[in-house]
Design a protein around this ligand. Structure first.
Ligand code: ADP
Ligand code: MG
Length: 241
């Protein structure tokens, strides 16, 4: 099966700084992939290039069969709308809009009629049916993040990119969000790419990419959180206790 996104020899520079250094990889369909690594190792840059939010300095990114590099800003936005959903650490819900209006906003902006059956199914899965007419501030952090996940999935994207989706949540809510992401992969065949600094969170993924200095240095299949913790502690140059 063709991967959802492929990167071929992707380098991203900011001036003299090499944020992403000659990265080649593919995100296969229906997998849950975690991306870990020390702060500054290029995780968010990898996500932004893979998600067509940004353009690499060199190399190619192919999403939905299209080479992102040659596209105008407008065409890249259209490509993202069609293929990618996003979840960030901050939920980015608009405070003045109800949960329901937040969820359907990207569709309305894109001029796409919401698939009400699909949205109903998602809202039911994330347990927000009774909260649709509330404002985000009336929801817990976990509920807001689950609303953001529904929003990311509303257009049935090929891939959901999540950058530290549990970073602002307490342990219990984080667990619920991770369970939900895993369930979407297992039951709906969703592809998820998640940046996280939490080894326990990463164990919910199928594979974990470990980054250092802009490179993917390891691809680990179903590592334990202890293995990941040791790997990351070493990378951070701290003694392993
Ligand atoms: P991570 O998400 O792993 O913490 P990032 O991908 O955000 O790392 O950053 C990788 C490197 O690129 C860091 O050294 C960071 O300071 C740098 N960087 C990221 N974005 C920019 C930018 N817009 N301008 C300049 N430098 C940047
Ligand atoms: Mg980051």
């Amino acid at each position: 099966m063709t991967p959802v996104v492929t990167l071929n020899r992707v380098t991203k520079r900011y001036g003299d700084l090499v944020a992403l250094d000659d990265v080649t990889l593919a995100f296969p369909r229906g997998r849950f992939v975690a991306v870990m690594g020390p702060s500054g190792s290029g995780k968010s840059t990898l996500l932004q290039c893979a998600a067509a939010l940004d353009r690499p300095t060199s190399g190619t990114v192919v999403m939905g069969g299209t080479d992102v590099g040659g596209l105008s800003e407008t065409s890249r936005t259209e490509l993202r709308r069609k293929h990618a959903g996003f979840v960030f650490q901050s939920y980015n819900l608009l405070p003045a809009l109800s949960v329901q209006d937040n969820i359907t906003l990207p569709l309305r902006l894109a001029g796409v009629r919401p698939d009400l059956e699909w949205l109903g199914e998602l809202v039911h899965r994330v347990g927000l049916r009774e909260r649709l007419h509330h404002k985000p501030a009336e929801l817990s952090g976990g509920q807001q993040q689950r609303a953001a996940i529904v929003r990311a999935l509303a257009a049935r994207p090929d891939v959901v990119f999540a950058d530290e989706p549990t970073g602002a949540l307490d342990l219990h809510s984080a667990g619920q969000v991770l369970d939900l992401l895993r369930e979407l992969v297992d039951e709906l065949g969703q592809t998820v790419v998640m940046v996280t600094h939490d080894p326990v969170a990463a164990t919910r993924a199928h594979d974990t990419l470990v980054m250092a200095d802009g490179k993917v240095i390891d691809v680990l299949a179903a590592p334990t959180s202890e293995e990941l913790a040791v790997r990351l502690t070493r990378l951070a140059g701290e003694p392993v206790t």
